[in-house]
Write a protein that binds this ligand. Structure first.
Ligand code: RNT
Ligand code: ZN
Length: 418
């Protein structure tokens, strides 16, 4: 018996004493898929063009070894997934097409993404998708779907429609629903006179994109709001209120990005309300540092709070968990692994809570017990359960995964560009 198994057995006993069945918890954890975002792999560059990143988002850093073609990116993704326990999804963006044809965003078709489907099948991954409303010359004066220029709007409407066909194709091919997430950067740097008309145009453009009903077994549309972006500090057309209204009336998933709100506003507190009224949520688990900085997800309070809300309110079935961060100052594979494993760990920690018992205490007005228990639970040996889960899945435990990333860096990443 390994030390990891021994430590797990001790932890199992401790949790059993407070009514938590660790075996059942591990089975539940195994059902949870994290949608890992392709764009951490190459600083949101993609393969459509050399166009610089725009749309009010930004990546800093130039860590060596960045993937510059689909093969390299898939190689890096494979490495990351091999260090993450469980079965997951990959979240693609339209700019990650893989084709020799010269196609623009308003011309993309499923066949331009066929290699990703083949690869996902081989790796046992599901796929999610995003139309790309940025890093393109048709992103004009900070506007796409809400542009006053009909030609600009029409270009992006066509792109949106085509993205849905690709998402449907992914879902059909893989037999697993593909969430197609719409984030539109449109906004103004300075105070606008007219806040209403751009919102009307955005709603109308989206209605046109969503006019065709697609099979929801294959694809679900999500809409992502934002408070502000670089260069769109004063006004973002697709605000939270806009998409709450839009998503609820059009029966779309609501995407909540942890970095898209005021600095002290948290998405964890929104999940229970959305559970009552929305079709479902798509999460962009991210980490804002003072602003929407998209830092790698760490085990902070908000991550744990998000996980607790999903578990305590039994929302795991209707929530789709995606990641959204991009850091080019560190090893990009390590960034994926840290963020994804942390998200899983936070979920595990939440699953290891005796929730029914705590709910009883709360209902009985015993707030002392609620406080004492939640504080003591922080010291319970959840890491021993996590290590055992990694061992079960033949994935390196603790710092061992980092050793593998270092080897990969030496043998693969460092040789790129030679
Ligand atoms: C931008 C949004 C959006 C993007 C991706 C690349 O602020 O968070 O989700 O990060 O589409
Ligand atoms: Zn996001």
């Amino acid at each position: 018996m390994t030390d990891i198994t021994k430590a797990y057995q001790l932890a199992q006993e401790k949790y059993a004493k407070i009514g938590v069945d660790t075996e059942a918890v591990l089975q539940a954890l195994d059902q949870i898929k994290i949608s890992m975002h392709v764009w951490q792999g190459d600083d949101v560059q993609g393969f459509l063009s050399d166009e610089a990143l725009s749309g009010g988002i930004s990546v800093t850093g130039n860590y060596p070894g960045k993937a510059t073609n689909p093969e390299q990116l898939r190689q890096d993704l494979h490495e990351a997934y091999s260090l993450i326990p469980g079965h997951h999804k990959l979240n693609l963006h339209a700019i990650y097409l893989d084709t020799d044809e010269k196609v623009d965003l308003n011309e993309i078709e499923p066949r331009h993404f066929a290699s990703w489907v083949d690869w996902a099948k081989k790796e046992g991954l599901g796929l999610d998708f995003n139309p790309t409303f940025f890093s393109h010359p048709m992103f004009k004066d900070g506007f796409t779907l809400a542009s006053p220029d009909k030609e600009v709007r029409d270009f992006w409407i066509e792109h949106g429609k085509r993205s849905r066909k690709i998402a449907e194709y992914f879902g059909r091919e893989l037999g697993e629903v593909c969430v197609n997430n719409f984030w539109v950067p449109d906004g103004y740097k300075d105070n606008p006179i007219d806040r209403l008309t751009p919102r009307k145009r955005l709603a109308e453009s989206l209605d046109e994109i969503f006019a065709e009903k697609l099979d929801e077994n294959y694809t679900l549309d999500a809409v992502e709001s934002k408070l502000f972006g670089l260069g769109a500090e004063a006004y973002t057309v697709g605000s939270h209120e806009f998409y709450m209204g839009y998503g609820l009336t059009r029966d779309k998933l609501i995407c909540l990005d942890a970095g898209h709100f005021h600095p002290t506003e948290v998405i964890s507190n929104k999940l229970s309300s959305l559970a009552l009224f929305s079709k479902g949520v798509f999460l962009h688990v991210s980490r804002p540092v003072r602003w929407d900085s998209d830092h790698v997800v760490i085990m902070d309070d908000e991550l744990q709070e998000i996980a607790k809300e999903l578990v305590r309110n039994q929302l795991l079935d209707q929530a789709h968990i995606g990641l959204d961060f991009f850091d080019a100052t560190i090893n990009r594979v390590a960034a994926w692994v840290v963020g994804t494993r942390n998200t899983q760990k936070a979920l595990l920690k939440a699953l290891l809570e005796p929730t029914d018992f705590l709910k009883e205490k709360e209902l009985a007005g015993d707030f002392t017990a609620r406080l004492v228990w939640t504080e003591e639970l922080k010291d319970f040996p959840f890491a021993d359960v996590w290590n055992y889960y990694c061992q079960q899945h033949n994935v390196p435990v603790g710092l061992d995964w980092y050793q593998e990333v270092l080897t990969y860096e030496k043998e693969v990443l460092a040789k790129r560009g030679e």
